[in-house]
Design a protein around this ligand. Structure first.
Ligand code: C2E
Ligand code: MG
Ligand code: MG
Ligand code: MG
Length: 289
């Protein structure tokens, strides 16, 4: 029963609690050293334009290679990083590395593309967040339009006024703004007009059953129609099958991200997509990876 109440109430018995707390503090201790020990790396997942078959963007996803535990998924350490405040240095590292990597690809001669970075609320709400982004872009010499920031609806709604100001400043700089997991948070639709947003990402939980569940299909159709009406770009997340792809394509959703094309991959492997872009198209690249 304790387990069903969720993660935070899991450890209600003393023995269990001790073990849990110990594990948590040990993990937090390790997390604190992870940047210095260079245990983090970024995986990149392509976003593919259906009309041209080209990779038009990538999402950078954080990976932690723990010294004994191996690869730990972000779902397990991002919440801990948020609670402990470690998300601030970690988030800065992610932003800096994503921009530096993107610039390195451009310098290597690949056609430029947009790289999206996920933000946590605490990171975005720092008073100097805008300055941090500006500094990183300057240091890495990346043009702002090749950086996109992914935010969630709940992050925006937490302090809508402050968020609107920060977003406007970032938009003026030329940075792209995307709403991640669109439709899963509590929010009002009016914010789509109030905030300077470029793109919405259809949450993968709607895409998952799109072909079988008429409810999910209706939600996705509505999101696409609304995005078109508001002049927003749209990306579908979690596209795994040809049926899902076909459904989205026939409803004028053009850009797709998901295992059907590729899992998130390290930079060394991602350049194969960039090389395909040079060659013309990347249809069928997923078969390689
Ligand atoms: P997200 O931003 O919504 O990222 C999409 C997640 O879906 C990624 O999981 C990705 O690997 C996974 N995914 C992509 N395509 C498919 C598919 O076709 N099927 C399925 N089942 N999954 C797919 P990942 O990498 O484990 O990241 C989980 C979450 O952790 C992210 O969700 C994001 O909220 C957070 N996260 C990851 N990196 C960062 C980061 O650098 N900073 C922050 N603040 N959060 C991050
Ligand atoms: Mg994301
Ligand atoms: Mg998402
Ligand atoms: Mg998310």
């Amino acid at each position: 029963a304790a387990k069903e109440q969720g993660r935070n109430t899991y450890c209600i018995f003393t023995e269990e609690m001790n073990r849990c707390l110990l594990e948590r503090s040990e993990l937090e201790h390790n997390l604190r050293q992870a940047i210095a020990r260079e245990e983090f790396f970024l995986a990149f997942q392509p976003q593919v334009d259906q009309k041209t078959g080209r990779v038009v963007g990538a999402e950078a996803l954080l990976r932690w290679h723990h010294k004994d535990k191996g690869l730990i998924p972000p779902g397990q350490f991002i919440p801990l990083a948020e609670e402990s405040g470690l998300i601030l240095p970690i988030g800065y590292w992610v932003l800096r590395h994503a921009c530096a990597q993107n610039k390195a690809w451009q310098l290597a001669g690949y056609p430029p593309l947009r790289v999206a970075v996920n933000l946590s609320a605490r990171q975005f709400q720092q008073p100097d967040f805008y300055d941090q982004v500006g500094r990183i872009l300057k240091e890495t010499e990346l043009e702002p339009r090749y950086l996109e920031l992914e935010l969630t609806e709940s992050l925006l709604m937490a302090d809508a006024k402050a968020a609107a100001q920060t977003l406007s400043a970032l938009r003026d700089l030329g940075v792209g703004i995307a709403i991640d997991d669109f439709g899963t948070g509590y929010s009002s639709l009016s914010y789509l007009k109030a905030f300077p947003i470029d793109r919405i990402k259809i949450a993968q939980e709607f895409v998952l059953d799109i072909v079988r569940d008429p409810g999910d299909a209706a939600i996705v159709e509505t999101i696409i129609a609304m995005a078109h009406g508001l002049g927003l770009d749209i990306v579908a997340e979690g596209v795994e099958t040809a049926d899902q792809l076909e459904f989205l394509r026939t409803r004028q959703c053009q850009v797709m991200q998901g295992y059907y094309f590729s899992r998130p991959v390290p930079a060394e492997i991602f350049i194969e997509f960039l090389a395909e872009n040079v060659a013309g198209a990347c249809n069928g690249v997923h078969a390689m990876l």
